[in-house]
Structure formats: structure tokens, C-alpha cells
Design a binder for this molecule. Structure first.
Ligand SMILES: Nc1ncnc2c1ncn2[C@@H]1O[C@H](COP(=O)(O)OP(=O)(O)OP(=O)(O)O)[C@@H](O)[C@H]1O
Ligand SMILES: [Mg+2]
Length: 306
């Protein structure tokens, strides 16, 4: 019978047999080998975890935009960085503020790093949707850094001190050189901080073209997920554009990849079809929205034809 080992592990019988054989040959205990065998056992255990078990193990973070979580198995996996991209004026900042509001409602600490807009502007934008973000700033749950160029070290220090669960960067194009971005030591240090602390981030980036053009950049490849924002005037006589969002990628998640139209309500963004349209428009539905009532998802061809 083998002596009691200094490392109290529960390695498999097979691994124990290998360990005993080597220890007999060496004439001594070998803790390094035991640790390695234990690691192999863990890997084998992971393989035995089935799809159902693993989906329960993935903790998901609600985005808080009605209708969106249902498109991605309930939310963004905790600790992921999701790229929010698209042409100007398509709802990226509003979506991100609403995402932080969802966290704040659950007493999660949140940070908004805005490299382009002033804090006052973001607060005004939030008040329009009835989000009292000033109250969360006062209580110490929300920090907004507006129109500043912070250094990487400062960003890391802020994250370390404030310990947020959710972060928004608006936008990465302002902060990083896109061509050197993925290899940049600055981004890698920030990313390490985010991953280590399991902070779920939205990183806004800019695109020159809409959904009709496939245009990928370094930011898209870095992201664990991509949500693309766009708007289009479906018919010349339409008084309003139709806004769309499309989840183009989300690692370890089954996603609905269709472009989905959304609207700006008095409470923020909401996918069309998520509730009765008459409640939103009080009976008068804009013509662009009417076209989407039957099928809330729009095929890319529809956007091309607009
Ligand atoms: N009810 C509304 N409230 C606020 N903005 C609205 C509303 N309806 C439509 N919009 C449009 O949404 C856009 C603002 O959205 P937002 O700032 O979130 O977009 P963005 O993609 O972040 O834009 P940018 O590229 O300028 O940063 C504006 O162009 C505005 O005209
Ligand atoms: Mg914006």
C-alpha cells in the first residue's frame, strides 16, 4: 500500500498507477508529476461535462435591452468583451448606457470611459430616457470619465480601485491605433485586468459602412462578441429611418444572427415585436415600423434593397 502523499489529491486509479510506477523507479515521491497527473484528470473531467451542464455553468450578464438577451441564450457570458460597432448615429452609445443602467439596478458598480463625449452630455442623454444616473454617481456606483485621454496605467488603476462589474469604452478608435491595437501592450494590460476580474465590457468601435458591406477590423477579431448597429431609410417617403442591431458573433453562445429592428422609446431602446406596437406609438405606427410587425427579424437582402 502506498504511503500517505504530501499532496492530498483525488487522482484517478489509472493516474495513481502511473505515479507509483515512476516513484518506484525514482525511489522518491514526485509531487511535480502528481500535480501534472491531477491536471490531466481535470481535463478528462471537463470532457465528461455535457452541453447541458456546461450551459448552466456559464454565468450570463443581462444587457437590459428588452428582447436582446433572448437572442443570445440570456445574456453575455461574464467576463467577455463585446464590440458594439456600426456607422455614426445608430444607437451604440444609448445601448451601452442602458446596459450600465441594468447593472446599476442590481447594485453592480459600473464605469463609462467616454473618449469623445462630455459627462454632462451623457447625463442629459440618460435623463431623456428617465435614467437617473446622477443618483448612482452620487451613491458611488457609477463613474463616468468624459472627454479625457487617460493613460493605460490610469485606466488600470481606476478599475482596480473602483472594482466594477460592467465597463463601457466609447470608442476604441479614439483611444487606440487600429492597426497596432491587438498587439499593443496597453490594450493587453487592460484586457488582462478585465479578464482577471471577470468584468463584462462593451467596447464601442466605428464603421464607415452599414450592414450591406462586410468590413471587419482588428477590433472585431479581438472581441468575444460583435453587435452591429445600423439604420436605413427603407422607402424614400419614410419620415423615420429604421434602426437595426445584429448579433454577429458571441463566443460559446448560440445566437440569433438576424438583423433585428429596434426603436427609441421613452425608456430607452427596445426591439420591435418585444411588446405591442400600439402601446409604444399610441395607435399611430410609423410606416417603417409597420413593415416589421409580422417578422421582427429583417433579412440582409431587405437592407440592401432599401
Ligand atoms: N428618441 C430618441 N432619443 C435619442 N436619440 C434618438 C431618438 N430617436 C432617434 N435618435 C437618434 O439616435 C442617435 C443617437 O444615438 P447614439 O448616440 O446612441 O448613437 P451612436 O451610434 O453612439 O452615435 P455616434 O456615432 O455619434 O457616437 C441620434 O442620431 C439620434 O438622432
Ligand atoms: Mg456614440
Amino acid at each position: 500500500m502506498r504511503d500517505k502523499h504530501p499532496i492530498h489529491t483525488t487522482i484517478s486509479t489509472e493516474a495513481l498507477r502511473i505515479l507509483e510506477r515512476y516513484e518506484k523507479e525514482l525511489g522518491a515521491k514526485n509531487t511535480v508529476l502528481e500535480r501534472a497527473l491531477l491536471g490531466m484528470d481535470k481535463l478528462r473531467f471537463k470532457e465528461k461535462v455535457d452541453a447541458h451542464t456546461i450551459s448552466r455553468l456559464i454565468k450570463r450578464v443581462n444587457v437590459g435591452i428588452p428582447g436582446v438577451d433572448a437572442l443570445m441564450e440570456g445574456g453575455i457570458p461574464e467576463g467577455f468583451v463585446v464590440v458594439m460597432t456600426g456607422p455614426p448615429g445608430t444607437g451604440k452609445t444609448t445601448f451601452s448606457l442602458q446596459y450600465l443602467m441594468e447593472g446599476l439596478k442590481k447594485d453592480e458598480r459600473c464605469i463609462f470611459f467616454s473618449f469623445e463625449e462630455k459627462v454632462e452630455h451623457l447625463i442629459k442623454q440618460s435623463i431623456r430616457f428617465g435614467w437617473d444616473i446622477g443618483e448612482y454617481i452620487d451613491k458611488g456606483y457609477l463613474e463616468i470619465f468624459g472627454f479625457t485621454m487617460l493613460s493605460t496605467e490610469e485606466i488600470i488603476e481606476i478599475i482596480n480601485v473602483f472594482k466594477p462589474k460592467r465597463i463601457v469604452f466609447d470608442s476604441l478608435n479614439t483611444f487606440f491605433n487600429i492597426h497596432e491595437f491587438r498587439r499593443s501592450s496597453q490594450w493587453r494590460s487592460i484586457l488582462k485586468e478585465i479578464r482577471d476580474k471577470k468584468i463584462t465590457c462593451l467596447a464601442i468601435t466605428e464603421k464607415r459602412n452599414g450592414l450591406e458591406v462586410k468590413e471587419y477590423d482588428e477590433f472585431d477579431f479581438m472581441g468575444d462578441g460583435i453587435i452591429f448597429f445600423d439604420k436605413s431609410q427603407r422607402y424614400e417617403i419614410d419620415p423615420y429611418p429604421t434602426y437595426y442591431l445584429q448579433i454577429q458573433k458571441l463566443r460559446i453562445t448560440k445566437i440569433n444572427e438576424m438583423p433585428h429592428p429596434f426603436i427609441f422609446t421613452e425608456h430607452g431602446l427596445e426591439l420591435i415585436g418585444n411588446r405591442g406596437l400600439s402601446r409604444i406609438f399610441g395607435g399611430s405606427v410609423p410606416s417603417t415600423q409597420k413593415t416589421s410587425i409580422k417578422d421582427t427579424s429583417i433579412k440582409p437582402a431587405d437592407i440592401n434593397s432599401s
